[in-house]
Ligand binder design. Sequence first.
Ligand SMILES: NC(=O)c1ccc[n+]([C@@H]2O[C@H](COP(=O)([O-])OP(=O)(O)OC[C@H]3O[C@@H](n4cnc5c(N)ncnc54)[C@H](OP(=O)(O)O)[C@@H]3O)[C@@H](O)[C@H]2O)c1
Length: 345
Amino acid sequence: MAETMKQIVLKSYARGNPRAEDFALQEVPIPVPGPREVLLKTLWLAVDPLFRFAIDEVRLSGATHLELGDVMVGATVSEVVASNHPDYAPGQIVEGRTGWREYAAVAPDQSDYRGPPRIIDPALAPVSTALGVLGMPGQTAHGGMIDVCKPKPGETVAISAAAGAVGSIAGQIGKILGARVVGIAGGPAKCRALLDLGFDAVADYKALDFAAQLQAAAPNGIDAYFDNTGGAITLEVFKNLNRGARMAMCGYIAYYGMGYEGPGPDHLPALYRTIMATGLSIQGFAGLMAGPNALEDIAGWIAEGKLTYPETVVEGLGAAPAAFASVFAGNAAVGKLLVRVAETS
Ligand SMILES: NC(=O)c1ccc[n+]([C@@H]2O[C@H](COP(=O)([O-])OP(=O)(O)OC[C@H]3O[C@@H](n4cnc5c(N)ncnc54)[C@H](OP(=O)(O)O)[C@@H]3O)[C@@H](O)[C@H]2O)c1
C-alpha cells in the first residue's frame, strides 16, 4: 500500500457561493489506526450543500464549523482496510462522515450522535446509494414527504430543487402516495429529467415566465410544498398555496452563506400574510428525524420498480471542490452528485 494519500483542506472561508479556490489539495502520510480504531479507504464521497455551513467564517448554531487548514467535512462510503476493532473487519464497506480524504483512521467508540460507521451490505444495492437514496438524502425525502407534506391522493405537491438528490426522491414518493407532483428546477434539461422520472409537471425557475409556468403546472393550486431553496422560488409558490397547505422546510440553499441576515428587502410580511391567509403549517425537519422504516420503504419501492435513483458521478478526489462549488453556481447534475474516489482493493 502507498504511504501517502491526498486530502482536501479549507484554505479560505467562503464568502457567498463557495469556490473551488477556497480549498487546497495536500499530500500527507496515510494514518496508522490506533487501538480500537479502523483504517478506512474512501471509495465514494457525497457532495452535500449542507456542508456550506461548515465553511462560513461565522459559526452558525447547530452547524459543524471548520478552522482554516481542517480537512473538509463530507459523507463517505469506504472500505475497511485494517481493523483494531472487533465490530469491523477488512473488506467490509461502511458509510460515515470521514471527510474529503483518501484514507481515514476512525474510532467507532468515539463517534458523534450519528453513531459509528454504518456497515453496508453490497449485495443489496450499489454501495454509492448509501450516500443517496438509501442514506441521508433518501431519509430526508421520505420524512419530509410522508410525515410533513402528507399529500392525499389527487392533491398537488410542489418541490423546489426537485432535480437534486432529495427532491428527485421526494417527488417520486409523492407519486407513490398518489399526488400530482410539480417539480421546480433550473433549466430545460433538468425539467425534462424530472418528467422522465415521472413528475406530472415542471416549472423552470430560471425562465422569465416562471410564475406562469408554475400556475400552469398547478392549475388547482398547491396543497403541499417540499422546500429545498427558500428565496424567490418560495415566494412564488406562496402565491399558489391552497387553504390548509403544509410546507416541509428541508433546506434554504438560496440563503446559504448569508449568516442570519438576507440581502433584503424584508420578505417576512409575505410569509406572515401567507401563513395567516392560508392556514399554512410549516415544519422544519432533518433526515435524522425520519421514521425508522424510511430506508426499508425506499428499498422496497426500488425493488418493486416504483422508484429510480439518478446519480451524477465525477471522478477523483481532486474534482470535489469544483463539484461542490457547482451546486451553488448552476450545474447539470441530476439526482445525487457523487465523487468516485477509488475502487475497492
Ligand atoms: N433538512 C435536512 O436534513 C436536509 C438533508 C439533506 C439536504 N438538505 C437540504 O435540502 C436541499 C437539497 O439538498 P440536496 O442534497 O438534494 O442537494 P443537491 O442534490 O446538491 O441539489 C441542490 C440543487 O439546488 C439548486 N440550487 C442551488 N442554488 C440555488 C439557489 N440559489 N436557488 C434555487 N435553487 C438552487 C440547484 O439545482 P438547480 O440547477 O435546479 O438550480 C442544485 O443542484 C439543500 O438545501 C440541502 O441543504 C436538508
